[in-house]
Design a binder for this molecule. Structure first.
Ligand code: HEC
Length: 146
């Protein structure tokens, strides 16, 4: 008798063997993938939770020169005034207007004056005084750095 051309019993047997090997294996092929994903998720959690806080919550920067260059230099570069040239930050001008004190400059920095709006919101707590004393120091030094 001729053997059947399509050997169903043999292929079925082989298939069953293969399947049972996979089921019994202690490390099924997808376990590696699951572990990899778990590791990735864990790494992401660690990275996101240990990220540094937003800059706004960081230590307050109270450097007069930096505050000035951030919030004032746009109009008062080197103690000038690009909008109202006469209302500059030179010592003689400040003296003439009675603004040659940290308090007076701090008040303008905070609340503004005339055409200038106040910067109390962006100069953080105490920043108005820090920038004002820096401005007065520069004025007394004729705005010559170094
Ligand atoms: C958008 C432009 C602008 C910015 C930014 C600005 N100022 Fe002024 N500042 C002016 C103008 C305009 C005047 C004149 C106001 C007026 O009397 O009408 C002035 C006036 C002043 C005066 C009075 C000067 C004088 O001779 O009468 C002081 C002091 C001063 N500003 C300090 C500061 C400080 C400190 C900052 C930063 C916190 C600052 N300004 C940011 C435009 C600006």
């Amino acid at each position: 008798m001729e053997p059947p051309k399509v050997c169903r019993s043999r292929s079925a047997g082989a298939g069953t063997d293969e399947w049972s090997i996979r089921l019994n294996a202690s490390h099924p092929p997808w376990l590696g993938l699951i572990r990899w994903i778990a590791g990735l998720v864990l790494a992401l959690v660690v990275v996101t939770t240990s990220a540094p806080p937003a800059k706004a919550e960081g230590p307050v920067n109270l450097d007069g020169a930096e505050l000035f260059s951030l919030h004032c230099a746009g109009c008062h570069l080197n103690g000038g005034n690009i909008i109202r040239r006469g209302k500059n930050l030179k010592l003689a001008t400040l003296e003439r207007r009675g603004l040659d004190s940290v308090d007076a400059i701090a008040r303008i920095a905070r609340d503004g004056a005339g055409q200038m709006s106040g910067y109390g919101d962006v100069l953080s707590e105490g920043g108005d005084c820090v920038v004002a004393s820096w401005v007065l120091e520069q004025a007394q030094n004729a705005w010559i750095q170094g």
